[in-house]
Design a protein around this ligand. Structure first.
Ligand SMILES: [Zn+2]
Length: 181
């Protein structure tokens, strides 16, 4: 951040009184600009035991498969955000059943939340941010072409839990990928 969103003056990094971290503080009006983690909400959309995945049309990870998910907007709940993203990316209306996975990604200051859901009437399409959408049986999941570790983990946990029909909420921390030498 270089300029104050309130008055347009330059900002400097400093520790405000009573704080313990550096913040962007406006040199002119004194406004403190807090930067906090962002929440990404998505669904695990199921229809007749198949999972609806979207092939990403946008970077990052263009051409890789993902569950529908995206950044929350102001004024909506996490479940509303997840359902909205599912309409936008897969043109699918879903019944949300409940929170399923939560991932902390502290290295990029993001939190992912996925909800289990049913695709209403099995209707879906290809949204603006997708190249293609498809229902996958467990045996056909493109494990090597999944966009993010959060997607991989959510699918792995789901197929494991499906054996018992019991879906406890899972909270996991995801660390940065280690580059293979
Ligand atoms: Zn300012």
């Amino acid at each position: 951040m270089k300029y104050c969103s309130e008055c347009g003056s330059e900002v400097s990094l400093k520790i405000p009184a009573g704080d313990s971290r550096e913040r962007h503080v406006c040199d002119s009006c004194g406004l403190i600009h807090y930067l906090n983690p962002r929440i990404i909400a998505g669904t695990l959309p199921v229809y007749e035991d198949k999972i609806l995945l979207c092939k990403r049309a946008i970077e990052p990870r263009r051409g890789y498969w993902t569950l529908p998910a995206g950044f929350m907007e102001n004024g909506e709940t996490t479940a509303q955000a997840a359902a909205r993203e599912t309409i936008e990316e897969a043109e699918a209306n879903v019944n949300i059943h409940g929170l399923y996975t939560v991932f902390n990604l502290p290295h990029i200051s993001q939190v992912y939340m996925f909800f289990r859901s049913d695709v209403i009437d099995g209707h879906f399409g290809v949204g603006e941010e997708s190249l293609e959408t498809q229902l996958f049986d467990e045996a056909d999941i493109p494990w090597d072409e999944l966009a993010f570790p959060t997607i991989h983990r959510t699918l792995k946990l789901y197929f494991e839990d499906r054996k018992t029909g019991h879906y406890p909420v899972r909270l996991e921390d995801i660390q940065p990928r280690v580059k293979k030498s």
